[in-house]
Design a protein around this ligand. Structure first.
Ligand code: FHN
Length: 446
């Protein structure tokens, strides 16, 4: 009996020792894993820092929504379909077979890649993101995965993405693709189309393997180096699928950025809501995709064009809060960018030619909340750029801790008198503004 209890005691002790050892071992492993994780994290962060550099500098990009939806341009069977133009198939519940017929008419003979890219260049846009495939599922490039693409299914027969990628390279613009990875109203297993296909019969993994992944691979291997892959409407994508999309990009083009809408916070930067400019400074890297009128894809009845004053304000506002402005054009089925968009983009470009120093590579405003002030401030080492949208005779800024050494107009270098006290800085302005829309005052600080 005594021997048995002794044995039990020894066993109990051994068990306790074993548990203790395990706990230590696990702690030791935790430490190692953490160290390893730290190391991996550092490598991951460094790679991202390298990738994102151009994006931080660029600030302003051209978004292009172009697809079969440009043919109906918002009108189906004589009726105007409410909402954004590229959603016409969904909004009018157009059967796949009927919508696919549009391809036979798609012949954008006026398309000229060089002209589009030159417009972006003149507008001061540094990157161009175009819909390789929107939610309608039609590939606007030569896809081997399906015949439902611009080269195989239209009389046009050319690959506009090839032409655009070459024009971008020629003009020094970063070429980027939009790809609708979750919604595809043409594929029976993808998300979105519940009028042709029964949602309960869908097998998303099948769509993912046979269309989405191979097409993403094509885009990353057939058009040279891409600036970024712009995914959209992640909906209920699983973590694994979103991760797979990112890994696919990383494995084929390690320097290609991935936008936030890939899902599960796995992108390189955050995508704000459409046309949603935050109220104040937002840390980290982000972008606002925005329209010039109210649609992305061409819609003949949408003439609600934002004035150029508003577009320039938006650009400066977004940059002062730390983001990028991705401004959309919706070309017609003939391949023409609507004139009101062209006029506005050229006007922004003219403004940027004079005032670009306040935008490209510029940092956030130190004056917060940003929306409290009628002007916007952007920054570079040793410089504050104050963009004024209403001209006054004196500009009054809140207290600046560094000493201001000089003030001048960015447009022509005219020196400005100023007075700095611990409470404020007051700058005297000339009687007329150098620019009727927005003028920049530069303060040099110690
Ligand atoms: O559904 C799309 C829409 O058509 C358009 O492409 C925009 C652009 O940001 N993204 C989705 C809605 O957020």
């Amino acid at each position: 009996m005594a021997f048995q209890s002794l044995l039990k005691g020894v066993k109990r002790m051994k068990r306790r020792e074993t548990i203790k050892a395990l706990v230590w071992a696990s702690l030791a492993t935790t430490v190692n894993v953490q160290q390893a994780r730290g190391g991996v994290q550092k490598v991951v962060d460094e790679a991202r820092e390298r990738r994102i550099k151009w994006f931080r500098e660029a600030k302003f990009g051209m978004f292009i929504h172009w697809g079969l939806y440009a043919i109906p341009a918002g009108i189906w069977k004589g009726k105007e379909i409410p909402g954004i133009g590229e959603w016409i198939m969904f909004r009018a519940r157009i059967p796949v077979k009927e919508y696919a017929q549009l391809a036979k008419q798609f012949n954008p003979t006026k398309f000229n890649a060089d002209e589009w890219v030159q417009l972006a260049k003149e507008a001061g846009q540094r990157y161009l993101v175009i819909t390789a495939k929107h939610h309608d599922g039609f590939a606007m490039y030569d896809s081997k995965v399906t015949d439902y693409d611009i080269v195989d299914a239209t009389p046009f027969g050319r690959d506009p993405m090839k032409e655009l990628s070459e024009a971008c390279r020629k003009h020094g613009i970063r070429f980027c693709f939009y790809y609708s990875h979750v919604q595809d109203w043409h594929h029976p297993d993808a998300v979105g189309n519940d009028w042709d296909y029964d949602p309960s019969q869908k097998n998303f993994a099948r769509y993912w393997e046979e269309k989405a992944k191979p097409q993403i691979r094509e885009l990353l291997t057939q058009y040279g180096l891409l600036g970024l892959m712009w995914f959209d409407t992640p909906r209920n994508i699983s973590y694994e699928h979103a991760l797979e999309a990112v890994q696919l990009v990383r494995s084929l083009q390690p320097d290609c950025l991935v936008n936030g809408r890939v899902g599960h916070n796995l992108g390189d930067y955050r995508e704000m809501g459409d046309n949603r400019i935050p109220e104040d400074v937002v840390e980290g890297d982000w972008e606002v995709p925005a329209t010039i009128n109210d649609t992305w894809g061409y819609k003949v009845t949408d003439n609600n064009w934002k004035p150029v004053e508003r577009l320039i304000f938006n650009l400066v506002d977004i940059v002062s809060k730390g983001g990028n402005y991705l401004l959309n054009v919706g070309p017609t089925a003939e391949g023409i960018i609507p004139e009101p968009s062209v006029e506005r983009l050229l006007a922004i470009g003219r403004w940027l030619k004079v005032n670009g120093e306040a935008i490209y590579g510029a940092g956030r405003s130190p004056f917060r909340p940003v929306n409290k002030y009628p002007w916007r401030c952007t920054t570079k080492p040793g410089k504050l750029f104050i963009t004024l949208f209403q001209w006054t005779d004196t500009l009054e800024l809140p207290s600046i801790s560094q000493r201001v050494t000089r003030a001048y107009l960015l447009a022509d270098g005219t020196s400005l008198k100023f007075n700095q006290t611990p409470e404020k800085v007051v700058v005297r302005l000339p009687s007329s503004a150098p620019d009727p829309i927005a003028s920049v005052v530069v303060l040099e600080i110690e």
